[in-house]
Ligand binder design. Structure first.
Ligand code: PLP
Length: 417
């Protein structure tokens, strides 16, 4: 990466990138799927490997000139296998969505087969069978949810549904579920109905490798994850699986769904995996959870309802109904004081996707900035004050100044290990 070359070639884009770098520095990212990758990861993402076509896999390519590429991809694969304690790894998926799609095909699904996943409205993901996603269009998608009372997964209900619909794939994982997934229980259900068990740990991968969420790898047939959320790598994805699914996973990624792999991204993933294997990353993962719990306590004390009563991981869903503001208006308000989060549906939401009742908050990024529990409590107080004093411009200006002060106190680090 040569910043000087970019400046000379394209001052306009250089200025925009500087503007975005400043925006990230001057605001706090509270979106649980976002993080700040290290400069090492950024440098690898912008490297010369992007110039190379390398369809295929190490030692089996369709183009010449792969001597170094093969070594790079193999290094990443070895690091992924070691970090996740997995038989096989594939780092080629361009993103989480295509990676998840590949897993269904790797499991042997054909159009019309039944897949079962957590509904988006209850914390799942579009790619787990939502009707607007390709997975809901080509497969017969059966969706499970959380219990109304507890707002947690009800494993007896999931088992009942699985016995009725006999899915080819049982999918676990989500994007807005604040509790621990019971992977052994999912495995038992999958075994009972003869389903392939897939887990999407896109959100919690960093917690899994850092030891603050149980690993699905011993239980699942296939595990897929994005690499840019708690794992703190570049935008991308990887799949790990048992040996029995290795060939099917590789074929599903290429040639079924993708063409030439993004080798620069794979190099950056390899760098992120090295960082994630460090003892410091374990501390980071545990701190993420402690920080989310600290923030949840403050918001609950202020009278907001935390979905499921709290959090076991990096995110919390906040029901704003008692505050008489919808999630979208709250997210816009919070951005105006430098706190960037997203509006989110809560389970059994009386609102709509455009105006849901909640916001989703996460601590991966602010923990990367070095924040600990007292700092996250302070962020919680700032959120509460902004919502409570939303009609008082002077109060909002004061809150914004406090956010700026926190941003200066906790700059985005460049080196993570
Ligand atoms: C659980 C889960 N799976 C898959 C994805 C899709 O990842 P991507 O945005 O890289 O396609 C996401 C992204 O939000 C996610 O949260």
């Amino acid at each position: 990466m040569n910043a000087d070359a970019l400046r000379r070639t394209d001052p306009e884009m250089t200025a925009l990138l500087a503007e975005e770098r400043k925006r990230q520095a001057d605001t706090l990212a509270l979106i649980p799927s976002e993080n700040y990758a290290s400069r090492a990861v950024e440098e690898a993402t912008g490297c010369c490997l992007a110039n190379k076509y390398s369809e295929g896999y190490p030692g089996r390519r369709y183009y010449q000139g792969q001597a170094v590429i093969d070594k790079c991809e193999t290094l990443g694969i070895q690091r992924a296998k070691a970090l996740f304690a997995a038989d096989h790894a594939n780092l080629q998926p361009y993103s989480g969505s295509v990676g998840v799609l590949a897993t269904y095909f790797a499991a042997g699904c054909r159009p019309g087969d039944t897949i079962m996943g957590l509904s988006l409205a209850h914390g799942g993901h579009l790619s787990h069978g939502h009707s607007v996603n390709i997975t809901g269009r080509i497969f017969n998608s059966v969706q499970y949810g959380v219990a109304r009372e507890t707002e947690r997964l009800d494993y007896d209900e999931i088992e009942k549904l699985a016995l009725e619909c006999k899915p080819k794939v049982l999918m676990a994982g989500g994007s807005a579920y604040p509790r621990v997934f019971d992977f052994p229980r999912f495995r038992a259900i999958a075994d009972k109905v003869g389903a392939i068990f897939i887990v999407d740990i896109s959100h919690i991968a960093g917690l899994v490798v850092g030891g603050s969420h149980p690993s699905p790898v011993p239980h699942a047939d296939i595990v897929v994850t994005t690499t840019h959320k708690t794992l703190r790598g570049p935008r991308g994805a990887l799949i790990v699986c048992k040996d029995a699914f290795a060939k099917a996973v590789d074929r599903a990624v290429f040639p079924l769904l993708q063409g030439g792999p993004h080798q620069h991204t794979q190099a950056a993933i390899a760098v992120a995996l090295k960082e994630a294997a460090s003892p410091k990353f374990k501390e980071y993962a545990h701190q993420i959870v402690k920080n989310a719990q600290a923030m949840a306590r403050v918001l609950a004390d202020d009278g907001m309802r935390i979905v499921s009563g709290g959090t076991d991981n990096h995110l919390l869903l906040v029901d704003l109904q008692k505050k008489n503001i919808n999630g979208k208006d709250a997210a816009v308000l919070l951005e105006s004081v430098g706190l960037v989060c997203n509006a989110n549906m809560i389970p059994y939401d009386p609102g709509t996707a455009a105006k849901p009742s909640g916001i989703r908050l996460g601590t991966p990024a602010i923990t990367t900035r070095g924040m600990k529990e007292p700092d996250c409590e302070r962020v919680g107080h700032l959120i509460a004050r902004a919502i409570n004093q939303r009609d008082h411009p002077a109060a909002l200006a004061a809150i914004h100044e406090e956010v700026r002060e926190l941003c200066r106190k906790f700059p985005i680090p460049e080196v993570m290990v």
